[in-house]
Design a protein around this ligand. Structure first.
Ligand code: TXD
Length: 314
């Protein structure tokens, strides 16, 4: 009986991309094709990862390329390609440069993998999901942004550290955009089912929420150059694993809303059921007026970025 091997293409062989490739192969989830514009970089990292296979007891093929023909028939395409913000570069400059990169890589990738599920990682995340939706023409079910899994992992880590409990018993509910405008919902976050406000004072919760919002910047400040990649790549792995093994995990992901949460036509982080067909369902919960207002503010910041992009020639 022919065995069909599952294939994930990871575009961008930098910190997040290469570590994602490592995690996917070493978790035994799929073969990985690593792509970059820089010649030799994806090939070198893929060779190094392939040589680790005997030590990790997996048989997955890890390959590296600059040619999209090699990415053909991928089940999932993860996009990490992009620039980091350089000194003197505004957020808008970064937005415009990365939008150009994302348009190019998505155009190339979907030509060879028209049925793939796209997972976007490049920042500014929510705006890049819009660019990927427009460029690919894919339905919203197959274009999903990674941010909420990372934000909620950070939130869970800080809650567990504060309470001295296992992070495995902590669940965190996070809505909205990535970073500054993220909307954590402490009343729906729990420790072994116990609502967080019953275990922690409001001022400590607020301090942890702020630390979570600032989670990316905290790592950048310590590293001095480059940004977080271990927890981001673990977050991508969770999403890829839920898709390829049809686990139907309930994970916070950035998807296009068509009226859910009273938001229409914007990409926002919400809890979704993620499985073999991508985003299978959006889970809507009743929000308090304050929570709803915070979510709308978060989504409006995404609208600002989209408006900037649409004012430019494509
Ligand atoms: O939560 C999240 N979504 C994020 C997002 C968490 C962490 C990192 N986040 C963003 O992911 C970050 O702000 C960047 O926009 C991306 C990638 O971060 P990474 O840390 O991996 O950046 P690197 O190490 O600079 O890698 C980027 C690679 C690099 O090798 C470039 O040569 C490549 O992207 N690149 C390209 N590859 C293919 N095609 C094109 N056009 C291209 N341009 C650059």
């Amino acid at each position: 009986m022919p065995v069909s091997r599952r294939k994930v293409t990871v575009i961008g062989a930098g910190n997040v991309g290469a570590t994602t490739a490592q995690r996917i192969a070493e978790a035994g989830v799929a073969d990985v094709c690593l792509v970059d514009v820089v010649e030799g970089l994806p090939q070198g990292k893929a060779l190094d990862l392939a040589e680790a296979a005997p030590l990790h007891h997996h048989d997955h093929i890890v390959s590296g390329t600059n040619d999209y023909a090699d990415t053909a028939d991928s089940d999932v395409v993860v996009v990490t390609a992009g620039l980091a913000r350089q000194p003197g570069m505004s957020r808008d400059d970064l937005l415009i440069k990365n939008a150009g990169i994302v348009r190019t890589v998505i155009g190339n990738a979907v030509r060879y993998s028209p049925n793939a599920i796209l997972i976007m990682v490049t920042n500014p995340l929510d705006a890049m999901v819009h660019v990927a939706l427009e460029t690919s023409g894919f339905p919203r079910e197959r274009v999903i942004g990674m941010a909420g899994v990372l934000d909620s992992a950070r939130f869970r880590t800080f809650i567990a550290q504060e309470l001295g409990v296992s992070s495995a018993d902590v669940t965190a509910f996070v809505l909205g955009g990535h970073g500054d405008t993220m909307v954590p919902l402490p009343r729906l976050s729990t420790v072994a089912g116990i609502p967080l406000p019953e275990l922690m004072k409001a001022d400590r919760i607020e301090a942890i929420v702020q630390r979570t919002r600032n989670g990316g910047a905290e790592v950048v400040a310590l590293l001095k150059s480059g940004s977080a990649f271990y927890a981001p790549s673990s977050s991508v792995l969770q999403m890829v694993d839920s898709i390829l093994n049809d686990r139907k995990r309930v994970l916070p992901c950035a998807v296009l809303l068509n009226g859910e949460y009273k938001i229409d036509g914007l990409v926002v982080g919400v809890p979704i059921v993620i499985g073999a067909s991508g985003m299978e369902r959006i889970i809507e919960v009743q929000l308090t007026p304050d929570e709803q207002a915070a979510l709308l503010t978060s989504s409006e910041s995404v609208r600002g970025l989209i408006d900037t992009l649409h004012k430019l020639p494509a």
